[in-house]
Design a protein around this ligand. Sequence first.
Ligand code: AHG
Ligand code: MN
Ligand code: MN
Ligand code: MN
Length: 336
Amino acid sequence: MKRKTLTQFLIEQQRKEEALPAQLRLLIEIVARACKAISHTINKGALGGNLGSLDSENVQGEVQKKLDVLANEFLIDANEWGGHLAAMASEEMDTIHRIPNRYPKGEYLLVYDPIDGSSNIDVDLSVGTIFSVLEAPADASGREIREEDFLQPGTRQVAAGYAIYGPQTLLILTVGTGVYEFTLDREMGSWVLSDERLRVPETSAEFAINMSNQRHWDAPMQRYVDECLAGKTGPRGKDFNMRWTASMVADIHRILKRGGIFMYPWDKRKPDVPGKLRLMYEANPMGFLMEQAGGVATTGYARILDVQPEKLHQRVSVIMGSREEVETVAAYHREA
Ligand code: AHG
Ligand code: MN
Ligand code: MN
Ligand code: MN
């Protein structure tokens, strides 16, 4: 097999008519390099002394794992000096991180979830790193970047992806020209193209949701899942299977590869909070990948990528995956 590395792939993208800018190529390579370092640290597990929790909480009130904080630092250290970023933001930082004055600045904004699925770290299940890239607004040049500069809808993303640290370490990437998968070759230390133009099957009979929250959902969600559970003799006329990993990366990765629907809907326990997952560094990058692979991503009422963020750590209701299933859920929301 002729191997194509991430570097080769990105250079080819740079030479295309709709050329990938050189700074964006550099940014993606640096994020991918940080993910390699995160992968090695996760692999060492207890031997590296990096498992377990800290005493600290992040801005969303979650107890931080040692790896949440370490991975966040890896991404800062890798990206700060490169000259391609104006600022970054992450799940594990209260507010934005500006590039220190000792480094040159670039025009991109990086938003990331350093470790997604952190509750799975200590039990050796797949976790990942999710990232999204935006351009700094044109009027931001020559002044300090502000949090408002990040508040752009997902349609403005110029790249997005995730690394998944599972049985294999993979990087899934889109720069708006389809979805590509790279596998980490540990001996060579390089990312090698292993699947391209990923397509989410249009139909599926597999759903992913935390069923323990069922009694808290609203009517359209209750209806959809009840109908899945009713199986072949129910209104949907097919038997469904259920999977829930509690790592969004793992659930979304399965869906990108073999189809299905992922849902983390709003629920009654916190009527004023639109959902659990975060718009800027979970829903938007995954929504961009999903659409680039032919799938659909909605809040139930609106396309996720169209949601105008009002806060950096804003939460959102998430329903995404195979077209037929997501459109069924969206129709139930419209009818309700
Ligand atoms: P994070 O570990 O970055 O805070 O994200 C956790 C998210 C997501 O990965 C997953 O789909 C969901 O939380 C799981 O939530 P439950 O524990 O409520 O099932
Ligand atoms: Mn978290
Ligand atoms: Mn997450
Ligand atoms: Mn996280």
